[in-house]
Design a binder for this molecule. Structure first.
Ligand code: FRU
Length: 592
């Protein structure tokens, strides 16, 4: 265990064994690593300390800067710097210490004593709010999902990753894989910062026809290199997505302004690659085409549509099918921040047609469509090559309003469950995008759920939840003018309410548990109900998230919760005692 190892090292009178700390003044400290026999250098982090610039200097050559919140007064947790790549080399850290650090001859900041060499970095879960069947990073910060592709039965998921703390920064692509979308295997970092900058969001494809010349079935990732400017780069993998080589001709797309988050997709109709990226500050999506993933031609710009009140990020283009007719439409996803329906981050979408050059939107410029009405659903992007032509997406379950303040430590943020998109018809004949949890999620359900039916009264009927991991599936109908509340609660008096009033659903988490880390967290979220007389709602609970869906996918609403003890009860209350719950099913969810 890390702490034990460090405690031994800390009891030494001088700086930690194997390390030499040299304070040069003028905010510059050099730490020489004399002993490279251990696996890690553990760096002490204090989350509210300013970032120090750490240049790992190997045989005299500096690697790109890592910004690390080195502890000044207290250590919140440690982060590991792996030493294996440096064996046989001369290694020193050239540290440009952040504001607030003191000279070591005056008073020693805690980081210099607690920094230590170790063979252990504990990944045992110590986090109360870590979900079980949602994807999370083992440690460190995560935001957007990136580069998702499906190949030979394996789902690959990359993600915006800071390995040096549970706050945003030092963007790398972390990598996980799954064969069931519910359990995840973690792999070493796939793409790390280089001379072009840190690695921002992007996408990946399997180049089945070797159009790029990088090799048969090479996985080609396209991402934003971010330093002084933002430009698009590519990297390829010949080992199925585990390790990547950066293309020597990078960057492959440049522009005289900020632009980012390229989504590459193969266009069957034109036999060409397309890419969409955003110009965040102009609220525009730009479309490109390429024969080989290396040479890109800008084809068109799409903007002045939907919500343009805030920056556009992480676009995605995906073909979505109407299950009734088999008709397909192109759907452009644009994530925006802030400006979401309940404040902060959210995903909007546009249904339309695309000829490989121009996207033509079906709806008028003022129409805004939300993919999810919750507060914790952002950076939605799709899987490349999902099986059976399915349109499958995943979202980051957080909101930039408070993402860095969530009450977890060793890791921060989870991704949503995988979801399938379909086309549904609005009353006026236009299409909307339906969202449902992917069918793979149903593998978690127990075979015999608790099932009941009843008429909801004013005093409420309550039932025990099978566990903190469960799915609540209910169908009900309410006469006009009445409303029904579904309350999840625990013995500490904490609860969340989902209220249906005939036209909409409101989710309220003001009394849900820990909410005081940010005032924007407890704002209620509202989704428009379908016109169906018999309503069907699914709620999926996994420790600290509640994902809610209309049974046909008419609306989705994703919200985090941090109850002090898990909710163990559902209560159904009707204001006039007249709502008929036709079926309430409580599934226990477990991984097999
Ligand atoms: C969205 C975003 C992207 C960017 C990435 C950086 O959350 O701002 O636009 O590529 O995060 O981590």
């Amino acid at each position: 265990m890390i702490l034990a190892v460090c405690a031994i090292v800390m009891s030494l009178p001088v700086f930690a064994q194997g390390l030499r700390v040299d304070d040069l003044g003028n905010r510059n400290v050099i730490v020489r690593i004399d002993d490279l026999s251990k696996k890690f250098l553990l760096l002490p982090i204090q989350e509210d300390a300013p970032e120090s610039g750490v240049y790992v200097t190997v045989d005299g050559v500096a690697e790109p800067c890592r910004n690390v919140r080195l502890a000044i007064d207290r250590v919140d947790y440690m982060v590991p710097l792996e030493l294996a790549p440096y064996q046989g080399k001369v290694v020193a850290l050239d540290i440009h210490v952040g504001e607030g650090h003191r000279r070591t001859d005056v008073i020693k900041d805690v980081c210099w004593d607690k920094m230590c060499l170790s063979d252990d970095y504990s990944l045992e879960n110590v986090e109360k709010y870590r979900p079980v069947f949602h994807h999370t990073p083992q440690y460190g910060w995560m935001n957007d999902p990136n580069g998702m592709f499906y190949h030979e039965g394996v789902w690959h998921l990359y993600y915006q990753f800071n390995p040096y703390g549970s706050m945003w920064g030092n963007m790398h692509w972390g990598h996980s894989t799954s064969t069931d979308l519910l359990t995840w295997e973690h792999h070493p970092v796939a793409i790390a910062p280089d001379q072009w900058g840190t690695i921002f969001s992007g996408s990946a494809v399997v180049d089945k026809n070797n159009t790029s010349g990088f090799g048969e079935n090479a996985v080609v990732a396209m991402y934003t290199s971010c330093s002084l400017t933002q430009k698009q780069s590519i990297a390829y993998s010949n080992d199925g997505g585990l390790t990547f080589t950066k293309y020597e001709g990078n960057p492959v797309v440049t522009a005289p302004q900020e632009c980012r988050d390229p989504k590459v997709f193969w266009n069957e109709e034109t036999g060409c690659w397309n890419c969409v990226l955003v110009s965040p500050l102009e609220y525009e999506a730009w479309f490109y085409s390429s024969p080989d993933l290396k040479h890109w031609t800008k084809e068109s710009e799409f903007g002045a549509h939907g919500n343009t009140s805030a920056i556009w990020e992480c676009p995605d283009m995906i073909k979505v099918t109407d299950p009734e007719t088999g008709k397909t439409k192109w759907v452009l996803l644009v994530n925006i921040n802030p400006g979401g329906p309940a404040g902060g981050s959210a995903t909007q979408y546009f249904v339309g047609d695309f000829d490989g050059k121009t996207f033509v939107c079906d709806t008028a410029p003022e129409v805004v469509n939300w993919l999810d009405y919750g507060k914790d659903h952002y950076a939605t992007v799709s899987w490349s090559d999902a099986p059976e032509g399915r349109a499958m997406v995943i979202a980051w379950m957080s909101n930039w309003q408070y993402a860095t303040q969530l009450p977890t430590r060793q890791f921060r943020s989870a991704n949503s469950l995988a979801r399938d998109l379909t086309l549904l018809k609005n009353a006026d004949g236009s299409y909307r995008v339906g969202v449902l949890p992917s069918k793979e999620v149903e593998a978690l359900r127990n075979a015999k759920p608790f099932t009941t039916s009843f008429t909801a009264g004013k005093t409420g009927r309550s039932f025990s939840l099978p566990s903190a991991l469960c799915e609540i599936d209910m169908t009900f109908s309410c006469p006009k003018g009445s409303q029904v509340t579904f309350r999840l609660s625990n013995s500490e008096g904490e609860y969340t309410d989902l209220v249906y009033d005939g036209t909409s659903y409101t989710f309220d988490r003001t009394a849900s548990g820990i909410i005081d880390f940010n005032n924007d967290f407890a704002v209620p979220t509202v989704a428009p109900a379908s016109a169906d007389k018999v309503q069907h709602v699914r709620m999926i609970l996994d420790v600290s998230s509640i994902e809610m869906f209309d049974g046909k996918g008419w609306w989705a609403m994703t919200n985090l919760v941090f109850p002090n003890t898990p909710y163990d009860k559902i209560e159904v209350i009707s204001n006039n005692g007249n709502c008929r719950v036709k079926s309430l099913k409580l599934y226990n969810l477990t991984q097999n």
